[in-house]
Write a protein that binds this ligand. Structure first.
Ligand code: FAD
Ligand code: NAD
Length: 407
């Protein structure tokens, strides 16, 4: 009898962890599992901002997928998914190759939301993938080098658009990373201007006042110019325009104003709600018995009104149950209900400060920064056990990782 074919699209938090869990659940010969991802490395999205500011090495954030899966149990295909056709049960890759699936997991993650604001897509930098974030680091170098030639101060002005978690984490890394880079160009670091622009009345608008105050204090200590209640309306290669016609001359806008689901899902013949794939309590796309979806592409309603947010924490919890439910579907046994347990959120502000809430407790300062590192270590543990934690922290060499793929 032919083994059922399982394809996992995306090797991010949701897809990769589902794959590695399936390795433990499925018996040999029970299914043919393949992970498809556009790069042959997995990037730790929650640390991408460090790549942008040069405060972490590439190999801390990008890990070769071949070292994270067991190739005797899981196949890996490096390819870009172009389309999904749920009625013919087929996935088409950019190479033209067609994959026929019995079970499919869609875990293709997020895209940056630009809200159609003129110039953002063309001129702003995005913290979307390893490569798009690395481009920020190259841009900083380029602007520092060009400043030496033309002394144009807009080259030393770096704007972070959006003061949500991503924006605040990026600001902290830039404040610590850029002064170190300035030394290479013999530029006094006090000439650097880092500006935070947030449309809401404060940064981290969803947090309690004490946490917002703490965050403002740390950002101010870093000499970051915080502009709140300031919506960005346009971006050009040389400036951004805010509401009330305020213009900020800058060559570098880092856009972190929110995310949306990967747009590939829009045309796959599956139901779409709030631009995501609505899933049932077993993480199957509504109305489908053989198509699962988790992570930032999935719309999982935690109650009648609100959906789970696009976070790694959600994707990881979903991955565990999803792996069990894919195995249960293959075995024709009952599926498990997914229940989300929020453990808390912590955002770093540079290496030594962070802010967050765990349970009822508000965290800030060095302890919060330590908790953030514990969360990061826990993820490495889920991916590769204590060996991976050691490898990453002792900076042991990975196999060669090609980081030059597009996007
Ligand atoms: P992803 O992890 O985005 O994985 C999607 C995968 O699919 C990627 O490997 C991508 O390359 C691949 N892919 C995409 N399109 C294609 C295609 N067409 N063909 C083939 N492969 C494709 N959440 C937290 O809970 N805590 C945090 O501290 C945190 N920090 C964050 C920091 C930053 C800077 C950002 C941007 C996000 C952060 N998040 C955090 C959110 C979290 O990273 C996402 O919610 C999480 O990555 C979603 O997991 P996912 O599996 O759905 O998608
Ligand atoms: P977000 O939607 O949480 O924040 C975007 C911010 O941009 C908002 O504060 C919004 O008011 C602002 N904004 C939107 N349009 C604007 C405009 N035109 N001008 C100025 N400001 C504008 O997005 P995010 O911070 O990218 O986070 C995305 C997801 O990833 C969230 O679910 C978040 O929780 C998660 N995340 C978590 C962590 C963590 O837990 N440490 C870190 C990063 C991201």
């Amino acid at each position: 009898m032919n083994k059922p074919k399982v394809f996992i699209l995306g090797a991010g938090y949701g897809g990769l962890v589902t794959g590695t869990k399936l390795e433990k659940i499925l018996k040999s010969g029970e299914a043919d599992v393949t992970i498809v991802n556009k790069h042959d490395y997995h990037y730790i999205t929650t640390q991408l901002h460090k790549i942008g500011a040069g405060t972490a090495t590439d190999t801390k954030v990008a890990l070769p997928i071949s070292e994270l899966i067991d190739p005797s149990k899981t196949n890996f295909k490096k390819a870009m998914v172009s389309s999904i056709n749920s009625s013919s049960r087929r996935v088409t890759l950019d190479t033209g190759e067609v994959l026929e699936y019995d079970y499919l997991l869609i875990a293709l993650g997020f895209e940056v939301e630009t809200y159609g604001i003129p110039g953002i897509k063309e001129h702003a930098f995005q913290i979307r993938s390893f490569r798009s974030t690395k481009a920020i680091y190259h841009q900083i170098h380029k602007q520092l080098a060009l400043y030496k030639e033309d002394l144009d101060p807009s080259r030393l002005t770096f704007v972070v658009a959006g003061g949500g978690f991503t924006g605040v984490e990026m600001l902290g890394e830039l404040a610590e990373g850029i002064p170190a880079l300035c030394q290479n160009y013999d530029i006094p670091s006090d000439l650097i201007k880092i500006i935070a622009v947030e449309a809401a009345p404060s940064v981290l608008p969803f947090f309690e006042e004490e946490s917002i105050d703490y965050t403002n204090r740390v950002l101010e200590k870093f000499n970051i110019d915080i502009r709140t209640g300031a919506k960005i309306l346009e971006c050009t290669p040389k400036m951004i325009t805010l509401e009330n016609n305020v213009e900020i001359p800058t060559r570098t806008v880092i856009w972190s104003c929110g995310v949306k689901a990967n747009s590939i899902i829009q045309d796959c013949g599956l139901p779409i709600e709030k631009v995501k794939l609505p899933v049932d309590s077993m993480l199957r796309v509504q109305g489908m018995e053989n198509v699962f979806c988790i992570g930032d592409c999935a719309l999982f309603m935690k109650d009648e009104k609100s959906a789970l947010p696009p976070t790694a924490q959600v994707a990881l919890q979903e991955a565990s149950v999803c792996a069990e439910n894919i195995a249960a579907s293959i075995r024709k046994s009952p599926l498990k209900l997914f229940e989300y347990h929020h453990k808390g959120s912590v955002a770093s502000i540079g290496n030594l400060a962070a802010v967050g809430k765990v349970g009822k407790f508000r965290l800030s300062g060095l302890f919060a920064a330590f908790m953030k590192k514990v969360i990061e270590a826990r993820y490495l543990f889920i991916l590769g056990g204590p060996a991976l934690i050691l490898k990453q922290n002792l900076n042991l060499k990975h196999g060669s990782v090609k980081l030059a793929a597009k996007n």
